[in-house]
Design a protein around this ligand. Structure first.
Ligand code: HEC
Length: 269
């Protein structure tokens, strides 16, 4: 016996058609902004924040110590405000370091973990997961603060200049540089707006948005992984984790973002 009822699937399709007809009055950028707002209500980055805070306080590693004495640039153990001033110069390592490479230095110095081993661990595995969680929490502690990277030390100035060169360096099969995609206003790849990173792109954009939770693959990404993926898009070889080039290009973007408010950890498509 066949009842001539309308199938639920067809009703759903009809509804979808109406919804998309209404949506045509909005630009796709409005649609994306709306979608992002909806996602913000339950940003899974919060889970990584909680894990990062617990890891900071947990006694771990061969030295059975916590990271609570780690100096992120504002003095031992001071977390609030540290994120918006990184990368910066550290006298103990005699290097300009970004958040992730600095965390790894602290894990080695305080906990006795192996920095080189962590740096060569692929993203999303083992201690790299812990670095991402820690970076997520440290960034969250500076939410709403404005970027203000120090540029007093000669190494900090040098890092900015190297970063600028890295940003404009063209090569690879497509002869791309970072600037090919991020050097002008109002560029877009498919539905992704590409921020102009040669100047302050605005609050919560670019450098001020990462670490971020990526809905498309369900992963939490720190800035090092964000950069890795942009090098992939640029058809360049992957840079080393915490390499001088990735830190320099971060210094360049961070200094350019002076005054921009941090929303990290954010949520991305
Ligand atoms: C082939 C184009 C392309 C190149 C070259 C490229 N990127 Fe990207 N970049 C993208 C895309 C696409 C996104 C993702 C935008 C999104 O998902 O909203 C992105 C995102 C970013 C973001 C995060 C922006 C935000 O607001 O979330 C940063 C920072 C960034 N890129 C830096 C760089 C740097 C530094 C380089 C050079 C090493 C580079 N990119 C090279 C395409 C590119």
């Amino acid at each position: 016996m066949k009842a001539r009822t309308v199938k639920p699937g067809i009703v759903a399709l009809a509804l979808l058609a109406c919804a998309s007809a209404g949506a045509q009055t909005k630009s796709s950028a409005d649609g994306i902004a709306e979608y992002r707002k909806m996602l913000e209500d339950g940003n899974p980055a919060e889970l990584f924040e909680a894990k990062g805070e617990a890891l900071w306080k947990e006694k771990r590693g061969p030295k059975n110590a916590s990271l609570e004495l780690c100096d992120l640039g504002k003095g031992a153990g001071i977390v609030k405000g540290a994120f918006v001033e990184l990368p910066r110069y550290f006298a103990d390592t005699n290097k300009v370091q970004d958040l992730e490479s600095r965390l790894v230095s602290c894990m080695e110095a305080l906990q006795g973990l192996n920095a080189a081993g962590i740096s060569s661990t692929p993203f999303g595995r083992g201690e790299q997961n812990n670095v991402t969680a820690l970076a997520t929490w440290v960034a969250a502690e500076s939410r709403g603060l404005k970027f203000n990277l120090p540029q007093n030390h000669v190494e900090e100035k040098r890092s900015y200049e190297i970063g600028k060169r890295v940003f404009f360096f063209r090569g690879g099969t497509h002869d791309f540089s970072c600037a090919s995609c991020h050097g002008e206003d109002a560029k877009r790849i498919r539905l992704q707006d590409l921020p102009n990173l040669t100047k302050n792109p605005g609050d919560g954009i670019g450098f001020a948005a990462w670490p971020a939770y990526r809905v498309s693959n369900g992963q939490m990404w720190g800035m090092q992984l964000r950069l890795n993926d942009c090098y992939r898009q640029q058809r360049f070889p992957y840079p080393g984790f915490g390499s001088e080039a990735t830190i320099a290009v971060s210094t360049y973007m961070g200094v350019n973002a002076k005054g921009a408010e941090s929303i990290a950890p954010s949520i991305k498509r």
